[in-house]
Write a protein that binds this ligand. Structure first.
Ligand SMILES: [Zn+2]
Length: 343
């Protein structure tokens, strides 16, 4: 028997015995989280399923889906059995439950962006990054000035910005603004990561939206070099795509807040000999990175003579589109159930 099929059967038995063991609504809620929770039995199976070959996925996809439907139905049924009354909010209600009148509502699934954020958070924390957040409504100082982009700098034109009626306020154009806030709050050494929404005032099309998700990483220590940056981003990407054989290549680039700046490409995780995703090149552009510019360290209150840092950033929304083969970014926010049900 195939290892995945065996695991599926074993999980089925575990699920049935767990459901039988739940004697109260509280216990049932606990059991439900053990089965369907973020780290639950089904989530573990989903992770295993993702590692299967294309042929195996075809073979086991349908039984696996049936299995998930069955679990949901069993839990809904168990909930009905546990209900002492007609299902209304009145605890002393004595109307008996009419099981024929009840139809379990379909259970939704997580949005692909939420899936991706959870996965990325797991990878980042496993590598020792502390997750931090910053405001989406930002000041000009944190979004530009402190990142070595003064008002006259042409780099301001690289990012079309939503300026707000209040002077010097805007919707952040990148998560790099969180770097400065983190440096001001914490003393080095530090390694932080921020995942969040950013905004650009530009026309939308299949590959551009006014908002998307970005991820930013920052490490500050006594002696940081490009070698540390490359090793860290390579490991991060290997873990994210669950493939230890992926390699990176580096091209020189320019971002005002790093010196030197680089762009990092990754060997295509989706093919071995060229595919539409990598445009048959076997490489995918993934992130911008570099050693933190001394002016940025100073803006964060850190002495650049004593400390050095590296930073990297990438568009998480773009990775989601690559991973799931989504050809139009606008699908992610148009709330079409038919689209979202696939995930
Ligand atoms: Zn490819």
């Amino acid at each position: 028997m195939h290892a995945f099929e065996e695991k599926l059967k074993k999980t089925q038995i575990t699920v049935i015995s767990l459901l039988e063991s739940a004697k109260s609504p509280q216990e049932l809620a606990e059991v439900e989280s053990q089965i369907l929770g973020k780290q639950g039995l089904v989530a573990q199976l989903i992770n295993e399923f993702k590692t299967l070959s294309g042929t195996d996925k075809k073979q086991f996809g349908s039984p696996f889906n049936q299995f998930r439907e069955e679990i949901r139905a069993r839990i809904a049924e168990k909930k009905q059995q546990g209900s002492p009354s007609c299902g209304c909010d009145n605890a002393s209600c004595s109307i008996p439950l009419d099981v024929t009148a009840y139809r379990a509502a379909p259970i939704g699934s997580l949005h692909p962006e939420t899936h991706a954020i959870y996965e990325l958070e797991d990878v980042l924390t496993s590598m020792g990054f502390a997750l931090v957040e910053g405001p989406e409504l930002e000041t000009e100082f944190y979004n530009f000035d402190a990142l070595n982009i003064p008002p006259t700098h042409p780099a301001r034109d690289m990012q079309d910005t939503f300026w707000l009626p209040q002077p010097h306020h805007l919707l952040r154009t990148h998560t790099s603004s969180v770097q400065i806030r983190a440096m001001q709050k914490q003393r080095p050494p530090l390694s932080i990561a921020a995942i969040g929404r950013v905004y650009r005032c530009e026309a939308t099309d299949a590959s551009h939206d006014y908002t998307f998700l970005q991820c930013e990483g920052l490490v500050i220590d006594k002696k940081n070099s490009l070698a540390n940056l490359f090793a860290t981003t390579k490991l991060l990407l290997q873990k994210l795509f669950k493939n230890d054989n992926l390699q990176i290549r580096v091209r020189p680039s320019y971002f005002p807040f790093v010196e030197p700046g680089v762009e990092i490409d990754l060997t295509c995780p989706f093919c071995t000999s060229g595919c539409p995703t990598c445009k048959k090149s076997r490489w995918i552009e993934i992130c911008g990175a570099g050693l933190v510019h001394p002016n940025v360290l100073k803006a964060g209150g850190i002495n650049p003579q004593e400390w050095s840092g590296f930073a990297f950033g990438f568009g998480l929304t773009r990775l989601i589109m690559l991973k799931y083969g989504i050809d139009d970014i606008r699908h992610l926010h148009n709330a079409k159930i038919e689209f979202l049900q696939q995930f």
